[in-house]
Write a protein that binds this ligand. Structure first.
Ligand code: SAM
Length: 195
């Protein structure tokens, strides 16, 4: 997750900047400690009070951790733009309004850093969540996925994400994969699916 002073997640954050606009609705499908949620908030928050980050996690500890990070990092006015949910990401359509134009759905798979390493994202629900993300994403939007392969189940999940990408229509989607070439045992693949 961290290598030297560089975070693998700096890469998707850099790419999000070119796609997400002020006032957008975006989804953090795995909020964890809240670093991605915070990065998304900075991109969508504008003075008019529009913009929304729907962030979720199956762990109460993760939601608490995200809330603390947000409390210390952003003012209450901006914090209002974040909606936190204790829910599985396969059910994201239950919390994101049907009329919301979602420009980004981000996944950061695996376990909660600093938390219980047994609680991980699982291939089956990850696949359902990717399908839901595909349905709610607007044209021009992005699905961003950071995958970790160092824990049990990680490689299997990677194969599921690759399989999902391979089935995407070439007319509607551009599907790319990046990976850290200087970390052969932990390449941290990053998937970007642009609609
Ligand atoms: N994005 C986070 C951050 O910036 O700190 C890191 C996310 S961490 C690698 C993965 C998170 O996914 C964990 O907090 C875990 O509880 C959560 N998770 C696992 N299964 C999930 C599911 N089915 N739905 C939503 N979140 C899930």
């Amino acid at each position: 997750y961290l290598f030297g002073k560089k975070r693998a997640t700096d890469v998707p954050h850099m790419i999000w900047k070119h796609i997400v606009q002020k006032g957008d609705s975006v989804v953090d499908a795995t909020c964890g400690n809240g670093f991605d949620t915070l990065a998304m908030l900075k991109l969508v928050a504008d003075d008019s009070g529009e913009g929304c980050v729907y962030a979720m996690d199956i762990q109460k500890d993760a939601l608490d951790s995200t809330s603390s990070l947000l409390e210390e990092s952003v003012d209450p006015h901006e914090r209002q733009l974040i909606k936190l949910f204790h829910i599985c990401h396969s059910k994201m359509e239950e919390i994101v309004p049907e009329n919301a134009s979602v420009r980004l759905v981000a996944f950061n798979l695996g376990y909660l850093p600093g938390g219980d390493k047994e609680i991980i994202t699982r291939s089956e629900t990850t696949l359902l969540a990717l399908e839901a993300a595909k349905r709610i994403l607007m044209r021009g939007g992005l699905i961003s996925i950071v995958v970790y392969v160092g824990h049990p189940g990680g490689w299997e999940e990677l194969k599921v994400v690759e399989g999902f990408a391979a089935r995407m229509s070439t007319e509607d989607w551009i599907c790319c994969k990046l990976q850290m070439l200087n970390r052969p045992n932990a390449p941290i693949p990053i998937f970007l699916f642009r609609r």
